[in-house]
Write a new protein. Sequence first.
Length: 345
Amino acid sequence: MHGLNVDRFISRREGDWRELDDLLRSRPDRRRGRRRRRDAESVLRLGALYRGAAADLALARRGHPGDPLVARLESLVARARQAVYAEEPRRGSLRTFFGRTYWVRVRERPGPLLLAIALLLGPALLAGAWAMNDLGAAIGLVPGEFRGAVQPVGDTGMTASQTAGFSSAVMTNNVQVTFLSFAAGILCGLGTAAVVAYNGATLGAVAGGAITNGNGAEFAEFVTAHGVIELSCIVVAAAAGMRMGYALVAPGPRTRLLALAEEARSSIVIVLGTIPWVILAGIIEGFVTRAGFGLVPGIVLGVGVGALYWGLVLVRGRPRTPGAPQPAQAQPQPSPVTAAPAPSR
């Protein structure tokens, strides 16, 4: 669909998509053991419309990967495939979700992801520079529970009680921010942007103040081990929130409510898949950070876990080659309808 106007493409293909959706809504009812078979004509029509929608999805992904139309077609094609191949729920669905689907969802919209990273790191760098040059003015950005990290305590750095309380406060704050940054996306994405930018500024001010007062090493030791993956979770959840916000601002041919519902499904997948990584950060904070293994092991662990996470995003989230199955969908078996090709990535 390179060079093809999206609105013209939608107007030309909308009829078939609506017909396919209508067929899916009237699919056989299997509840309570009842199975009504489709007539032969509707089965053949369903297969043809499914193949057409799969081809449309491939075109949309190549030509306009960030357009809300892609999410709409993904949902439609996934439902149609289920009907065409009469797939039953798979026992390995959780493994598929955590092994492939989650990473695809994180990677598929790089725009919101990069924006979330910029909203976190940009204010952090600015606030850090401000704190290092004028800590007295910048200290107003630092919440009370983080003030211990920026107070001068002599040559020994932070005391044991300060470091324990500080690392716990950082983790609690980051977990809250992770979910708040997603939920705030309902405010057309502006709420998410404000939450992430404010917390980036807070992080920068604390880091700058700690460095200025000689606590830089302690700050790095008690933040890096679990902080890298926590910040990654914040960024990913924020990107999911902004995707919902964008669906409200630019719903395309859909109603805003429909656009929000369709985008929310993919965004919630991202949040659910991020929860185990938030738990991992808590485990690291509880059993590694507080054990006081030292600065170098903390940095190695933190950077290593962060590299593992983003490596999985790059590798497991890579688009499928043409003909490969969709994430979270079983490999279809040949059907009497037709060997319909899987939507290409």
